[in-house]
Design a protein around this ligand. Structure first.
Ligand SMILES: NC(=O)C1=CN([C@@H]2O[C@H](COP(=O)(O)OP(=O)(O)OC[C@H]3O[C@@H](n4cnc5c(N)ncnc54)[C@H](O)[C@@H]3O)[C@@H](O)[C@H]2O)[C@H](O)CC1
Ligand SMILES: [K+]
Length: 505
């Protein structure tokens, strides 16, 4: 699914109004109804609701929401910040429609800002996607007081003060929402970790923006929906055999880190690969043969770390390398040989990333359109350089992928997948229980298996990251977030693939 900029959303808005031959006020009413529907499921009518409205259409939404909540028996108070004479037309129309019983007060100076009860329910409708500059004056003061009030804040469309698709200037005041309910499409800002405290939990509610407009609009930013991913999944064929689904090689494990190889190998096998060979330091032989009996095990002549590549490396359809391997000099040499000789795709993780990050020569040697890197943010920084904020990181991701014609899954709460053509896909599955050792090794195994099954590298990244997160979401239901381990993810991979095989209702 596409991510749109604030300007494109405005265009979608105008296009929809024209296409459906309706008044913009009607679209605002739809938005308000959609928000209210979510709100009713979350808060009981016994709640006293304080709605803070700005002068634009976001404020107009707030006024319409106040009216609808009043109709549904919530006790509502409205506070308008700024000069209503300069407000948008749809704001004015909704102010007219506000029932008399709903108190509406204008905040004209600091002393007008209300003191909220200890447990208050606030709707933030100050600014949405129309924000063009930092909050100042009375707006800034209101937001600061709301943030300090301890109230439960729900933002309409965007947390007020946060820029939709570019870096909000340093030190600006922004609403810290508990929930953000956004219209039709999530906004780029929601996917960036630096905005966690402002956006809170976000959800999207549909308001029927023109599908025709969205399908035609140009963007290189996407987020992955269940529907997108299901379309990628290939059915297994009746007359297939293990050779049909690829022979993967994992170059993983080191002394004291053989578990990384076990996790990657198990995940690879649980993701549909036909055959799996692991090459590991000889100290791992018994461990691997015992823990992963389905895989063949080759031993490196070195007892403790990877020092050589297996013979006839080209017989493997894909090679996953990195988990647990360390950065000893012989391992660095082996990684250099791998980049220089392998003609098949490589999934490069962990210390294999660190080794390449430390050598400009190796970076130059990266085979084009054949490499998937799976770094966490620190490894990415080593590979591509330091950045000051998440927007710079995103740009660096695109630049690096384009320059080196590679794929990168930059791991995080919304893992970002960069492609050689400069596209970025944000993942939408997963949870904080997955923030634990070994889950990255699992991802390496999953993506390696998918490449082995002839998914192209872009598909393997998108599907692999999604199913890995979905396995985490399924594990959450049985083991919760605190007790979740990487092995729990592996155990839930089969169910995650089964979920994707179910037709969507
Ligand atoms: N397409 C949709 O999804 C729909 C969105 N709706 C809602 O409308 C807002 C966007 O409304 P807009 O009037 O364009 O902008 P805002 O209300 O966010 O801002 C109003 C106005 O204020 C000025 N401004 C910008 N920054 C500042 C600032 N820092 N201080 C003071 N004033 C500022 C600027 O002129 C803005 O235009 C969207 O988020 C939805 O909530 C519709 O309801 C229907 C469908
Ligand atoms: K808002």
């Amino acid at each position: 699914m596409k991510l749109l900029t604030a300007a494109q959303i405005r265009e979608a808005d105008a296009y929809t109004i024209q296409e459906e031959n309706m008044a913009s006020l009607e679209l605002m009413e739809r938005a308000a109804r959609a928000f209210t529907g979510w709100f009713e499921n979350k808060f009981l009518p016994t709640e006293e609701v304080f709605v803070f409205c700005g002068p634009g259409n976001n404020g107009g939404d707030g006024l319409a929401v106040a009216r609808l909540l009043h109709q549904r028996k919530y006790k509502v108070q409205v506070f308008i910040v700024g000069d209503t004479a300069k407000a948008s037309e749809d704001f004015k129309a909704n102010l007219e429609r506000l029932p008399e019983e709903v108190q509406a007060q204008t905040i004209e100076e600091e002393k007008d800002i209300p003191e909220l009860p200890l447990i208050a329910c606030v709707v933030d409708a100050l600014f949405g996607t129309g924000l063009t500059r930092p909050l100042t004056g009375l707006y800034e003061e209101v937001v600061e007081q709301l943030n300090n009030s301890g109230a439960c804040i729900t933002s309409i469309d965007m947390p007020s003060g946060l820029y939709t698709d570019s870096q909000t200037p340093e030190g600006c005041t922004i609403i810290k929402a508990d929930n953000t309910i956004s219209f039709q499409l999530p906004k780029l800002a929601f996917f960036l970790p630096q905005h966690e405290e402002y956006v809170g939990d976000w959800q999207v509610v549909p308001i029927g923006l023109s599908e025709q407009f969205v399908s035609g609009v140009e963007t290189d930013l996407y987020y992955t929906s269940r529907r997108d991913v299901q379309q990628l999944l290939k059915p297994r064929r009746k007359f297939s055999h293990k050779g049909t689904y690829g022979h993967a090689l994992l170059l993983c494990g080191g002394y004291g880190k053989m578990g990384a190889a076990v996790l990657a190998a198990r995940a690879c096998l649980r993701s549909g690969v036909g055959l799996l060979t692991i090459q590991a330091p000889s100290a791992g032989y018994t461990v691997l043969q015992t823990a992963v009996p389905e895989a063949m095990t080759l031993t490196d002549p070195n007892r403790r770390h990877l020092s050589e590549l297996p013979e006839a490396i080209d017989k493997f359809d894909v090679i996953g390398v990195g988990p647990g391997i360390g950065t000893e000099p012989p391992t660095k040499t082996a990684i250099g040989q791998l980049l220089a000789t392998s003609s098949h795709p490589l999934v490069i993780d962990a210390d294999a990333i660190n080794i390449i990050a430390g050598s400009d020569r190796l970076k130059e040697q990266l085979p084009k359109n054949k490499v998937i890197f799976t770094p966490h943010p620190k490894e990415f920084e080593r590979l591509a350089g330091k950045v000051n904020n998440d927007y710079e990181r995103l740009q660096r991701l695109r630049d690096f992928c384009q320059e080196h014609q590679c794929y990168i899954t930059l791991k995080g709460s919304h893992t970002a997948i960069g492609t050689p053509s400069g596209k970025v896909y944000f993942n939408t599955t997963g949870n904080s229980g997955m923030a634990t050792g070994g889950t990255g090794d699992v991802l390496t195994g999953v993506i390696t298996a998918l490449v082995g099954q002839q998914y192209n590298l872009e598909e393997a990244c998108i599907l692999g990251v999604y199913v890995h997160g979905l396995a985490g979401d399924l594990a959450l239901r049985t083991v919760g977030d605190i007790g979740m381990t990487a092995s729990d993810l592996i155990d839930h991979l089969p169910k995650a693939f089964m979920c994707l095989q179910q037709p969507m209702s």
